[in-house]
Each structure stands twice: as structure tokens, then as C-alpha cells.
Design a protein around this ligand. Structure first.
Ligand code: SF4
Ligand code: SF4
Length: 495
């Protein structure tokens, strides 16, 4: 709910914009920059009516957190504006995340593959050297001083010469342009060898991989043509860690219907494999995942039951000194507990497509977000911006269609979001809305993405309010630990 100030000429303080939510008999008040406080039910109404004694702790708290401004106090509007600019610092910095699909070819044929991968021998599925160079030129023109190049597939290691060419050329161009560029390669690690990993080490390249759990769970969904996906991943992981070290490798889990009853086993596997972050990601509704072989589509309720049980378990492990953060919860915590944005393009407003992320498909087509190119493979080009062969970057990123999409996915103007207390921490996923509800704006009351986020915000705020000191320390550690590059590695990853 958003609090609307009544006209009151006798007020001794002014209101800053804030929203509130009832939670377990209390009220959670959140201002425009995400500062919050818990108070007894009815507090929002008292504030609006100016019925807060000015010698009360609540009054002092409201002033300190900039819910209200005393008429005769210091005018700190500029401080609030600075906080707002900090929260929205991702705007005006150019495109930060450039996802390049080097090839569609892959040695796997996972049941839920959302990128419509092709067998290794398929011709004409690799990006040409000329298009690679065009993409790099595009990146340099559209990015700010820092950017991440994320190389995806298919399996990028199926085209090793092109991968080396891309990384060398891109790093050279970034240095010449004075840009700070991180490179992440999304790979199953099943085709990796020592030579490539030494190249990654020398070029400061990070790796994002997929692990769906213990061997039987992983191999059920991740089908490798020559068999033994789990063994290949674990072998590649060992070699990668020997050469790159532990910190440059992250992994995510795709949660299939087959995984739903095994959340704790999946978590245990990540602990056993020495990861410090796990990303529990819903199975997509795109590509083969729209009709997965031998798997069922599942409801958001089933996923939430899985997710919250796994999250409870992860927290209990942390309380026993096992360091493991769930990446999505950590992203939300970073937004709630720190003044900074999280750098996660799927959870920001205005939405990330075309402003925070651009996707270069293997054939030179450019899309506004990763799921958009997946949709494109299915014949729906709604999120195609143009081609790296033909279009001018400035024109493409200012195209009326893109501007209209951003306008329609700006949370501040979306019914439901505009008066939601969680708006300062949330965002909008245009492709998700489009696929589930037929339009990029979506509709919150029946939106699974909103239902999950709302439940997770409620869960985290309950912990923030009622958790013991150890739990508070764990939450803050997660919020602080998740860096922008870690988020991008964990959040996008392979497929
Ligand atoms: S999900 Fe990834 S690894 Fe699996 S088939 Fe698709 S592209 Fe290959
Ligand atoms: S998507 Fe849902 S949780 Fe997020 S701001 Fe909108 S209404 Fe709130």
C-alpha cells in the first residue's frame, strides 16, 4: 500500500513518500530509497494524520530514516536524492552485461534445455569471426567504463578457436577503450582441457557451470551424448579449480520436477563440492523446457515449497559454520540491507533489457535479454532489436519498440507494484510476463514471478525482524558478499 498524505496545514512535519505492508500484525514501512522500519499496526495512518508524538522513539526513527522531515529541522532532501541516485546507479552507466552466444552446438541434450541447442556436428551454428568483431565494436560503443562479457551457448567450448579469438579481441578492444571488462564463460566443463583453462587463467576469465545435484539427479536431466554428465562436470571442476582457484568458478542448479523432492540433497552436493554460493533456479518455460522430455511442468507453489525448505536448510548449515549463500536471496538482501543496487538485470526498474543487458546471438541478431533470444529460436521475434551486421547501436537502443517495452515494465508505473512496499527492492521481468501473461507489463495478482518474490521478501523481512543475532549476521554476510560479477555469474549462467 502506498501512503497518500492528506492536506493538513497544521502539520509540524512533512512526509516523504513511503509505502507500507501489514506483516504478522505489524506494519512494515518502506520509504522510496528502501529504508524501512517495523511498527505496530496503524502506524502508517498515525503518520499520515501527524499523530506521532515528537518526543517518541518512533518519531526520531521516522526522521532519521527519512520518512518525515521536521518543519524546523534541517532540509535533507539532497541526502534523500543522493540515496535515490545510489540505488539507481545502474542507470546512465551504459550496458553493463553483454551476453554473446558463440554457438548453438552442445555435447549435451538436456531435457529442459531452454536455448534449443544443436548436436555437435550441426553446421552453421557458430558465430562467424566477422560477427564476433562486429559484436565487440558494438559492445565498446554501448558500454560504460565497466562491463561484463558473458559467453554462452550451446557449449562455448565446442568452438574453442572462436572462443580464444573472441576473448583476445574483446580484451584488447577494452584496454584500448580504457574499459574495465570482466569475462565469464558459461560452460558445462565437460569439454574443458588444461590448455583452455590455462588460457582462462592468463586472461583472468571466470567460469559459470551447472550442477543439478548428486549424480543420479544431475544425470537424470542433463543428458550428454557420450554419457556421464556428472562425472565429466566433476572432473572438469577439479581441473578448473587446480588451475583457476576456487573463487573464479560458480555453479547454478536448474530445478526440474525431478528435483523437487531433493532440495536438501542438492544443497549437500554443493557443500560437498566446495561451493560457497548456490543459485536455485526455476526451470524455464522456453525451448525444450516448454515440453520437457520425461519431466513435468510444475506450479509456483511446488517450487516455493522446494525453495523455502532448501533455504531453511541452507540457513541451518550456516548456523553450524558451513558457509553457503543462496544467490537469489542474497541479491534481495543486498538490495534490502545495503544502499547499493545488486547489479542483477532481471530484478531492477526500469527493467534491464536494452539498458543493462544486450544479447548477441550466434547469427548476429541482437536481443534485449537472454530469454528473448530463446523466444526468438521458437519463432517469436518480439525481443529482437536488430542485427549487428546492419544496425547502428544508438538507433537500436533508442528504438521506439524498446522504449515502449521499458515504459511498460517500469515497476513504479505498474498496477500492483506502484503501491507495493517491496518496490524499491523489486523489478519486472518483461519476457517472463510476456510468456506467462501475454504482455510485458503482466498482471500482479496472477503473476507467478510476483508471487514468489512477494513470498521471499516476506520471508526475509520476518528473519530481519525476528531472527536471532547469528541469523542477522548471516543475512548481512550474504548481502555484503554478493558482488555484481558474482550475481551475473550466478544469475545468468549457462542453461
Ligand atoms: S541446457 Fe545447456 S548444456 Fe544442456 S543442452 Fe542446453 S545448451 Fe547444452
Ligand atoms: S512484482 Fe510483486 S513483489 Fe515486486 S514490487 Fe511488484 S507487486 Fe511488489
Amino acid at each position: 500500500m502506498i501512503a497518500q498524505p492528506p492536506k493538513n496545514d497544521n502539520a509540524s512535519f512533512q512526509l516523504y513518500p513511503f509505502r507500507f505492508r501489514r506483516l504478522d500484525g505489524q506494519e512494515l514501512l518502506v520509504n522510496e530509497v528502501g529504508e524501512f522500519l517495523f511498527a505496530r499496526a496503524g502506524t502508517a495512518g498515525d503518520v499520515l494524520r501527524r499523530c506521532v508524538p515528537n518526543d517518541s522513539a518512533l518519531y526520531r526513527n521516522l526522521v532519521a530514516k527519512q520518512f518525515i522531515r521536521e518543519d524546523h529541522g534541517r532540509n535533507l532532501d539532497d541526502v534523500l536524492a543522493t540515496k535515490y541516485r545510489t540505488k539507481k546507479a545502474f542507470l546512465g552507466q551504459g550496458v553493463g552485461l553483454h551476453i554473446l552466444v558463440l554457438t548453438l552446438r552442445c555435447d549435451h541434450a538436456c531435457r529442459y534445455c531452454q536455448v534449443s541447442s544443436k548436436p555437435l556436428a550441426t553446421p552453421d551454428c557458430d558465430m562467424s569471426l566477422e560477427d564476433i568483431e562486429r559484436c565487440i565494436a558494438f559492445m565498446m560503443r554501448t558500454s560504460g567504463s565497466t562491463l561484463t562479457l558473458e559467453v554462452q551457448g550451446g557449449e562455448p567450448l565446442a568452438a574453442p578457436d572462436r572462443l580464444r579469438f573472441l576473448i583476445e579481441k574483446a580484451q584488447c578492444a577494452a584496454t584500448a577503450a580504457g574499459k574495465d571488462m570482466a569475462v565469464v564463460v558459461c560452460t558445462t566443463l565437460s569439454m574443458v582441457d588444461r590448455g583452455m583453462l590455462e588460457f582462462f587463467r592468463d586472461r583472468n576469465v571466470s567460469v559459470s557451470t551447472s550442477l543439478d545435484g548428486p549424480q543420479q539427479l544431475h544425470d537424470h536431466c542433463r543428458i550428454r551424448a557420450s554419457g556421464g554428465s556428472y562425472e565429466a562436470v566433476v572432473r572438469g571442476l577439479g581441473l578448473a579449480r587446480e588451475i583457476l582457484g576456487m573463487e573464479r568458478i560458480s555453479a547454478l542448479t536448474t530445478v526440474s520436477s525431478y528435483s523437487l523432492r531433493h532440495g536438501r540433497q542438492i544443497v549437500d552436493e554443493f557443500v560437498q563440492q566446495g561451493f560457497r554460493t548456490i543459485f536455485l533456479r526455476q526451470m524455464s518455460r522456453l525451448g525444450r523446457a516448454a515440453a520437457p522430455q520425461g519431466l513435468e511442468r510444475y506450479s509456483i507453489e511446488a517450487f516455493m515449497e522446494f525453495y523455502f525448505d532448501a533455504l531453511e536448510y541452507i540457513l541451518s548449515l550456516n548456523r553450524s559454520d558451513t558457509e553457503l549463500a543462496e544467490a537469489y536471496a542474497a541479491i534481495l538482501l543486498r538490495k534490502i540491507l545495503t544502499p547499493f543496487p545488486a547489479g542483477y538485470v532481471n530484478l531492477q526498474s526500469p527493467a534491464g533489457p536494452g539498458t543493462g543487458v544486450v544479447v548477441y546471438h550466434y547469427n548476429g541478431d541482437i536481443y534485449s535479454q537472454d530469454e528473448g533470444r530463446m523466444l526468438g529460436e521458437l519463432g517469436d521475434q518480439s525481443f529482437r532489436l536488430g542485427s549487428v551486421r546492419e544496425d547502428d547501436p544508438e538507433r537500436m537502443l533508442q528504438a521506439p519498440e524498446l522504449v515502449a517495452m521499458l515504459r511498460d515494465s517500469c515497476s513504479e508505473s505498474l498496477p500492483g507494484c506502484a503501491d507495493c512496499a517491496y518496490l524499491p527492492f523489486c523489478g519486472c521481468d518483461p519476457v517472463f510476463n510476456y510468456v506467462q501473461q501475454g504482455r510485458v507489463a503482466g498482471s500482479r495478482p496472477t503473476n507467478d514471478w510476483c508471487r514468489f518474490n512477494m513470498a521471499l521478501f516476506d520471508y526475509l523481512f520476518r528473519l530481519i525482524r525476528g531472527g536471532d543475532r547469528q541469523t542477522q549476521r548471516i543475512l548481512m554476510a550474504w548481502a555484503r558478499r554478493v558482488s555484481a560479477s558474482e550475481v551475473q555469474q550466478a544469475g545468468v549462467g549457462p542453461c
